[in-house]
Design a protein around this ligand. Structure first.
Ligand code: TYD
Ligand code: MG
Length: 463
């Protein structure tokens, strides 16, 4: 007989604690412990009969694990080709980001006999949505169910080519003595589905909700159970949605998939740069284009800045689409290494289109946009700038400059300003190499001299 006990389990890292506390002693996250009831697992009996057969690595058929295309180009890109038969994939994302929509479209595009278990919405709701998405198909089977044993029985009887469970948080197993949605339930249910997938070769896709705070019974406790973890996100007020692999046993995790949420579902965006630059007004001070990277994917994004005299004693600094602290650093570098002072001004800087800069390649663009805004001088619409800005005002090389510039040339840009050490040539693009931020600003006609003499802050005069 198993013994039950109460534990307080962290929703982030899954660690159990005998007592509740405001902070998880294992991963340090706040307010993530929830009460749970657990039973002893007990010792499984030793196997009787012959031991399982082992195989030489060379005798294993590599074709068995070939991915199968999902029929959605951007999804295949992220999955390095498609879903591997018998694999388990977890699709995580905030509620409302479009997970159910994406999966219905996937079912329609992928074909084959598929089973969609809807544990949150009714079968009618799913059908109505499928109608709207043009995803009605005789071979898509629906089951509106939250009980895990019933879901497993249905899947075992039907043996679909693909099983989707939307969402794992809404499913529960009455055998597990813990409330629906608790970490123990979610993990227990996922474990059984993973075991079924492995023993029956059933390709499975689980949906998991995460919240901005990073959450209760969040999919993070499931990451190690599954083969692939995809994260689907996007700004609430933008149509852009980004799909990334956070973990992928069958390929790289560096690809980025882009979609736009429209009235009739998600539309893949193969040419993202064109989309980001579509509404651009060239010739306005405070705007410049930067070739940035998201994983392997080069994207051209417009970086904008607006500078106004502030009425506040501590002027406002706002950064959208990149780190707020980075903006402060770059403004300090502009002040001390290029002589452009923003002291009494409010500075607003943003990356247009709902994309987030996660690498330093956009530094120079932020500086150029701010310099262009404060001087009122526009930057030519045919120029891109790229590079990391150091505290000494030097420009530093960033990874994969050639990929970035090739993308810029493809979209018709004619000139690129890059760090001196970046030894790249791209046909059709004039590449101008500069050593410092002041030189870059001078090349763009934003400051009058490529040299900047540092001032002493204390003496308020040239050194
Ligand atoms: P949904 O797929 O239900 O999100 P999730 O499963 O991640 O919770 O998508 C919900 C949002 O998407 C909802 O706010 C409406 C929007 N949407 C569209 O804009 N167009 C569409 O065609 C569909 C189906 C949904
Ligand atoms: Mg949903």
């Amino acid at each position: 007989m198993s013994k039950m006990r109460i534990v307080h389990r962290c929703g982030d890292c899954g660690a159990g604690h005998p007592k509740w506390s405001g902070r998880c002693g294992s991963c340090g996250s706040w307010n993530s412990l929830i009460e749970d009831v657990e039973g002893d697992v007990g010792h499984p009996p030793l196997l009787s009969g012959p031991p399982p057969e082992v195989q030489s690595i060379t005798q294993i058929d590599p074709l068995e694990g070939q991915p199968r295309s999902t029929g959605i180009s951007e999804m295949d890109r992220v999955l390095s080709g498609g879903l591997v038969p018998g694999s388990v994939t977890l699709l995580g994302g905030e509620p409302g980001v479009g997970k159910s929509t994406l999966l219905l479209q996937l079912l329609a595009a992928m074909g084959g006999r598929t089973l969609y278990v809807t544990a949150e919405e009714s079968a009618q709701q799913v059908r109505l949505r499928a109608d709207r998405l043009g995803a009605l198909h005789d071979n898509i089977f629906l089951l509106a169910e939250t009980s895990l044993p019933r879901i497993r029985a249905a899947a075992a009887a039907m043996r679909p080519d693909l099983l989707i469970v939307d969402s794992i948080q809404a499913v529960s197993d009455p055998e597990i003595a813990s409330g629906p949605g608790s970490v123990t339930q979610v993990r227990g249910c996922a474990q059984q589905l993973v075991a079924d997938a492995k023993s029956n070769g059933l390709t499975t896709l689980l949906v998991g909700h995460v919240t901005k705070e990073g959450t209760l019974a969040g999919p993070r406790v499931l990451e190690h159970l599954v083969d692939t973890v995809l994260s689907f996100d996007g700004e609430r007020h933008h149509a852009l949605r980004m799909l990334r692999a956070v973990k992928h046993r069958f390929g790289t995790t560096n690809e980025l998939g882009l979609f736009e949420m429209e009235g009739d579902g998600l539309r893949p965006v193969p040419d993202a740069s064109k989309l980001f630059l579509a509404d651009r007004r060239a010739g306005v001070p405070g705007s410049v284009v930067a070739p940035v990277l998201d994983g392997y994917r080069p994207l051209l994004v417009e970086v904008q800045a607006l500078v106004t005299l502030s009425a506040l004693s501590s002027p406002r600094r706002s950064a959208q689409g990149f780190d707020h602290g980075r903006l402060a650093v770059l403004l300090a570098v502009l002040d001390q290494r290029a002589g452009l002072m923003f002291g009494p001004c409010d500075v607003y800087a943003s990356v247009v289109g709902g994309i987030r800069l996660t690498e330093p390649g956009g530094d120079l663009a932020v500086c150029v946009a701010a310099a262009s805004a404060v001087t009122g001088r526009p930057v030519s619409g045919k120029i891109v700038v790229c590079g990391e800005v150091g505290l000494a005002g030097e420009l530093r090389q960033v990874s994969q400059t050639a990929r970035r510039l090739t993308e810029a040339a493809r979209l018709g840009f004619t000139t690129a300003i890059v760090p001196r050490s970046a030894a790249v040539e791209v046909p059709g693009l004039e590449v101008i190499r500069v050593g410092t931020l002041a030189e870059a600003l001078h090349t763009l006609g934003l400051v009058n001299s490529p040299e900047f003499a540092p001032r002493s802050l204390l003496l308020n005069e040239p050194l």
